[in-house]
Design a protein around this ligand. Structure first.
Ligand code: FAD
Ligand code: MLT
Ligand code: ZN
Length: 489
C-alpha cells in the first residue's frame, strides 16, 4: 500500500507542505547529522516504510535531534506552522503507526539515546526514549538487573517506542505491563512544553497519574523523550522447555498445571500451532525442529529464579507429572545457553517466518482463554471457503493462517501469511476478524495498538463514550492535530 492507494483518505489540506523556510528553521536548531533530506538517490525508505512493508509514506525529511530541547523547538514550530509530524522509534511497530501516511515530517528519536542514571538499590533506570531495548537490557545486566520487557524486536525497538505502544512481550506474565513498571515519563507536548514527570517513586498518590495517558498512546498526544522504569533483579537460573501436545484443550490444561506446579518461577508460557512451526521450519531451513514428531500444538515454558537446583527439581517434577498423565506427549529441556536460545528461536522467529513469503496480515487480539484458538480456526475456514488459501499453489494469495501467542496473557496472534497483499484477502479478513473478536468480548489489540491498520475499527473495542473522551483528550493536548495524523484518533 502507498498513500495513493489508501482508500478514502486524502491528505488534509490544513497541513502545510514542507517549504524552504521550514528547512531554514530546522537548520538553525539542528546540525547536519540531525537532518536527513530526501534526494534523488535517497528516498528515506527506511523511515517511510514499515517493518511489514505494508505501509509506505512519502516524507521528505527526517529530523533526528540529540537533545530534548530540540524536540521541544521542533514541535513548537511545527504546531505553529501546522506541519504534521510522525514520532518514530525503531520503526518495528506492526500496525502502520510509525510511518507517515502522506508527507508528514518524521521525528526520529534514534539519536536521543543516552542512559541517564541507574540506582542499583531500587533498580530504577532513567534513560532517553531512543535507547534501544537490547542496549538498555545489556546495561542493566552489568548491574545484575533485567529490563522488565523482552520481545523479538529488542535489537531495534526503542524504550520510548515500547512505552508509546505499551508493548507486552514475552514475560508480561512475570513482570506485568508497562502501566505498572513505568514510574515516570518526560514528554514533549505538541505545543513544545516539556512535561517533566520523571518520577522515581513506586508510590505517588497525588492526583491524576498523568504518565499513564502516554503509555500506549502511539505518538498521538506527545513525544516521549525520557523514561523512568522499575527493573527487577536478573534471574540467575533460567530453564526453557519445549513441549508437544495434541489439542488446544491440552494447552490450557498444561497452563493450569504450570501455574500450580511452577508458580513463582514461571516466567513465560507461549503456545504455537503446527502451521506456525511449519512456516518457521521453512524459514530456519537446516535447523532441526526441537521435537522429532509433529504435534498439533507446541508450548514453550520458561522458568527463572535464583536457585538452579530448586528450579530444576520443580520443572522436572512438573514435566514428569504432565507426561505421566498424558497431557504432554513429548518435550525437551534446554541443557545449556545455546539450546535455550535455540528453543526460543522457534517461537521468536514466527513473525519473520510469517512475513518471508511476501507479506503478512497480523491480528494481535485478547480473547477469553477458552476461545483463544477459535479465531484461527474461523479464519482458516473463511479463507478456505473463499478459495484464497493454499500452501503450494502459487496462484492463491494466502500461504497459511497461523496462531501463536502469549497464553499467559490471553493474547493470541493470528498471522495470515500471504504471497502478496491483495484486496481480496483484506476483504475476507476485515471486518470479519474484528466482528469475531467483538462477539467473544475480546479486544482487537492486545499489544500492537491500533495505528493506521485499525483506524476504522476502534469501535469494536471501545464504546461511544470512550471514543468521545479519547477525542476530547486528543484535542486538549494536540488542538491542531499535528501529531501522527490519519491514525486511530
Ligand atoms: P515504532 O515502531 O517506531 O513506533 C510505534 C508507535 O509508537 C508509533 O505510533 C510511533 O509514532 C510511536 N512512537 C515511537 N516512539 C515514540 C516516542 N518516543 N514518543 C511518542 N510516540 C512514539 N510488540 C509487543 O507488544 N510484543 C511483542 O512480543 C512484540 N514482538 C515483536 C517482534 C518483532 C519481530 C517485531 C517487528 C515487532 C514486535 N512487536 C511486539 C511490536 C512492537 O510494537 C514494537 O516492537 C515496539 O513496541 C515498537 O517500538 P519502536 O521503537 O520500534 O516504535
Ligand atoms: C510476538 O509475540 O511475536 C509479537 O507480538 C510480534 C508478532 O506477533 O509478530
Ligand atoms: Zn506478541
Amino acid at each position: 500500500l502507498t498513500s495513493e492507494s489508501y482508500p478514502n483518505i486524502e491528505r488534509l489540506a490544513s497541513f502545510k507542505k514542507l517549504a524552504a523556510d521550514d528547512m531554514t528553521f530546522f537548520r538553525s536548531i539542528l546540525s547536519e547529522s540531525e537532518i536527513l533530506l530526501a534526494t534523488e538517490d535517497e528516498d528515506l525508505a527506511l523511515f517511510n516504510e514499515d517493518w511489514m512493508r505494508k505501509y509506505k509514506g512519502q516524507s521528505k525529511v527526517v529530523l533526528r535531534p540529540k537533545k530534548v530541547e530540540q524536540v521541544a523547538q521542533i514541535l513548537k514550530y511545527c504546531n505553529e506552522q501546522k506541519l504534521a509530524v510522525v514520532p518514530q522509534g525503531g520503526n518495528t511497530g506492526l500496525v502502520g503507526g510509525s510511518v507517515p501516511v502522506f508527507d508528514e515530517i518524521v521525528l526520529s528519536l534514534t539519536q536521543l539515546n543516552k542512559i541517564r542514571e541507574f540506582d542499583p538499590v531500587s533498580g530504577i533506570l532513567k534513560c532517553d526514549a531512543g535507547v534501544i531495548l537490547e542496549n538498555a537490557d545489556s546495561f542493566l545486566a552489568q548491574h545484575g538487573y533485567v529490563f522488565p520487557l523482552d520481545l523479538g524486536a529488542k535489537g531495534s525497538c526503542h524504550v520510548g517506542g515500547v512505552v508509546a505502544t505499551n508493548a507486552g512481550g514475552l514475560r508480561l506474565l512475570r513482570y506485568g505491563s508497562l502501566h505498572g513498571t513505568v514510574l515516570g515519563l518526560e514528554v514533549v507536548l505538541p505545543n513544545g512544553e516539556i512535561l517533566n514527570s520523571m518520577n522515581a517513586l513506586r508510590k505517588d498518590n497525588t492526583g491524576y497519574d498523568l504518565k499513564q495517558l502516554f503509555i500506549g498512546s502511539e505518538g498521538t498526544i506527545g513525544v516521549i523523550t525520557g523514561v523512568s522504569i522499575l527493573t527487577p533483579p536478573r534471574p540467575k537460573a533460567i530453564n526453557v522447555s519445549f513441549l508437544g501436545v495434541d489439542s488446544y484443550e491440552a494447552v490450557q490444561k498444561v497452563f493450569v498445571q504450570a501455574k500450580q506446579e511452577l508458580s513463582e518461577i514461571l516466567s513465560a508460557f507461549e503456545f504455537m500451532d503446527l502451521n506456525s512451526q511449519n512456516l518457521a521450519r521453512k524459514h530456519l531451513k537446516d535447523v532441526p525442529h526441537p521435537l522429532e514428531d509433529e504435534y498439533p500444538f507446541y508450548i514453550l515454558i520458561e522458568t527463572s529464579g535464583s536457585n538452579k537446583e530448586h528450579d530444576d527439581t520443580k520443572l522436572e517434577a512438573f514435566l514428569e507429572k504432565a507426561m505421566e498423565d498424558g497431557t504432554v506427549l513429548d518435550g525437551v529441556v534446554a541443557q545449556d545457553e545455546t539450546e535455550l536460545r535455540n528453543l526460543w528461536e522457534w517461537r521468536e522467529s514466527i513473525p519473520e517466518s510469517s512475513q518471508a513469503g511476501g507479506g503478512v496480515y497480523k491480528y494481535d487480539v485478547s480473547l477469553p482463554l477458552k476461545d483463544l484458538y477459535s479465531l484461527v480456526e474461523a479464519a482458516n475456514e473463511k479463507l478456505n471457503e473463499q478459495g484464497l488459501l493454499s500452501e503450494t499453489d502459487a496462484a492463491k494469495p494466502v500461504i497459511s493462517a497461523v496462531g501463536y501467542g502469549h497464553v499467559g496473557d490471553g493474547n493470541l496472534h493470528l498471522n495470515v501469511a500471504v504471497r502478496e497483499y491483495t484486496k481480496d484477502v483484506e476483504k475476507a479478513l476485515e471486518p470479519f476478524v474484528y466482528e469475531f473478536i467483538s462477539s467473544k468480548n475480546g479486544s482487537i489489540s492486545a499489544e500492537h495498538g491500533l495505528g493506521f491498520q485499525k483506524r476504522n475499527y476502534i469501535g469494536y473495542s471501545k464504546n461511544d463514550q470512550e471514543i468521545k473522551m479519547i477525542k476530547q483528550l486528543k484535542s486538549l493536548y494536540d488542538p491542531n492535530a499535528i501529531l501522527n495524523p490519519y491514525k486511530y484518533v
